[in-house]
Design a protein around this ligand. Structure first.
Ligand code: HEM
Length: 468
């Protein structure tokens, strides 16, 4: 997890270079679309390797697909105002309302300013004890059935929900956080299906999936409203929600309405748990296939932690843990692609962009492109590639970059280091796990592992073949 600041400014991206941006032929387009539906990340990468860094698809809608860092820089940074989040995010609106993830314009600026202080590098350190406590609760579950096969990807999902839930509402609200997470997941999956059906499945249709999502959304709103009402009534609490409810915009002196707070709480839980959970699951998966990397990581965590809970002082010493997470997110960026829309016509590097044109940024393809990474599909946390600016952006960069990056980095390092220090995780089967991109880059099937406390680890080594 290289924090975005260390990416530096995009020097070297200027200069003359022409890109053709060929339009796919109809067979390529239609076949590509079928593949796209099943796995847009892999299909996008294959298309970029064949067609170049920029190409155009026409089916089912005209889209300019970009993967070169200089184009990502243009869309996300230098000309970001011309490339807002747009219609592609509308499917989230019934769920997240005007929350920060989907809003734009003045409202977004105001909300980002109100929320940002909670997520600064120094500010997120105060969540460390809560994170450690939640990891400890997961360990208590693991210790009740040592060696039993578990769905570790589900464990990571619950853990990251607890963590974001206790940061927002204190740990006493863990049960609520879990209910909220499940309801969000249901609504999100249904929303994604609606979006991918290209109009065939509408939110108002009385299908079982739609009805379940609507019920989940009502429950969700009720739970969060009750929490907000309790906080307003008592006015106490040291969690993030209490501070958000009293935060005032420095310019206008106004605070957040309950309706806005409801949307922000849902947005933070949605944006703040699945991404981190997927990073941890992919990291554990990769470690199970790379015993050499795992051994080095164990060495670091034993040296730095040796079985005790981490403190803020330990974090800089967990450098290899950080490198493992960074490399995991290069290979498996939790958000593998990002859509935008051109407000006005634009022209760069020989590419003409029409006003209103849909743009797709292939983060997954940029992260695995041989022009920027040696042996790009190899898991190599110690790789020494000089990172081209805007070739590595799991948290995105620019104006709409992830708000929770420092929170996620802290959480990821703590959780991975604590897990590896205390347990050896052994895959139940050794088959490779494919990617299943929805909005996030999910694992195509559960990561089933046996969890052995270190010290009582069976001598049976069950590593899969190396390679991804
Ligand atoms: C490894 C973990 C994470 C990754 C890889 C990640 C990645 C991203 C990415 C790529 C975006 C931009 C999405 C887009 O434009 O479509 C984003 C936005 C966002 N993320 Fe994260 N995220 C992570 C964890 C978190 C956490 C823990 C939180 C909060 C607790 C969070 C809060 C947000 C918010 C609020 C936004 C919207 C920002 C805005 O539009 O102004 N994220 N994240």
């Amino acid at each position: 997890m290289i924090p975005s600041d260390s990416i530096g400014t995009p020097q070297g991206l200027e200069g003359e270079r022409r890109f053709d941006a060929p339009t796919l032929t109809w067979p390529e387009d239609v076949l590509g679309f079928a593949r796209l539906l099943s796995n847009y990340a892999e299909t996008g990468l294959a298309m970029h390797l064949r067609k170049g860094f920029a190409f155009r698809a026409r089916f089912p809608m005209r889209t300019l697909v970009l993967a070169h860092p200089r184009h990502l820089y243009r869309v996300l940074r230098s000309h970001a105002l011309n490339y807002p989040k747009d219609r592609d995010y509308e499917f989230l609106r019934p769920l997240l309302g005007d929350g920060i993830f989907v809003s734009d314009g003045d409202l977004w600026t105001r909300q980002r300013r109100l929320l940002a202080p909670e997520f600064r590098p120094n500010a997120v350190q105060r969540f460390l004890p809560g994170m450690v406590e939640n990891v400890g609760s997961l360990f208590a579950e693991w210790d009740r059935a040592p060696g039993a096969a578990r769905d570790v990807s589900d464990d990571m999902m619950r853990l990251t929900l607890w963590i974001v839930g206790s940061a927002l509402f204190d740990s006493s609200f863990r049960a609520e956080a879990e209910k909220i997470g499940h309801a969000l997941e249901l609504c999100l999956t249904q929303g994604t299906l609606q979006m991918m059906s290209m109009g065939l499945l509408r939110p108002w249709m009385p299908t079982p999936g739609n009805r379940a999502a609507q019920a989940a959304q009502r429950d969700l709103d009720d739970i969060v409203r009750q929490v907000i009402a309790r906080r307003r009534a008592t006015g106490d609490g040291s969690d993030m929600l209490s501070r958000l409810l009293t935060a005032k915009d420095p310019d206008t002196g106004t605070g957040m309405s309950d309706a806005q707070a409801l949307d922000e709480v849902k947005s933070l839980i949605l944006a703040g748990h699945e991404t981190t959970s997927l990073t941890l699951s992919w990291a554990l998966y990769l470690l199970s296939r790379h015993p050499d990397v795992e051994a080095r990581l164990v060495d670091e965590t034993r040296r730095v932690l040796g079985g005790r809970a981490p403190t803020a002082e330990d974090l800089p010493k967990l450098e290899y843990t950080r490198m493992v997470l960074s490399e995991t997110m290069r290979l498996y960026p939790p958000v593998p692609g990002v859509p935008r829309r051109a407000r006005e016509a634009d022209r760069f590097d020989g590419i003409e962009v029409a006003a209103g044109e849909r743009i797709a940024l292939s983060i997954y393809a940029t992260h695995r492109h041989p022009e920027f990474w040696t042996d790009p599909d190899r898991f190599a946390p110690s790789r020494i590639d000089a990172v081209t600016p805007y070739s590595y952006l799991p948290f995105l960069l620019g104006r709409r970059a992830c708000l929770g990056e420092h929170f996620a980095v802290l959480e990821g390092i703590l959780a991975l280091a604590m897990i590896v220090d205390r347990y050896r995780l052994e895959r139940v089967d050794t088959d490779a796990i494919a990617t299943r991109p929805i909005s996030t880059l999910r694992l195509a099937r559960p990561l089933r592992m046996r969890v052995h406390p270190r010290g009582t680890v069976s001598t049976f080594q069950h590593f899969g073949p190396t390679g991804i």
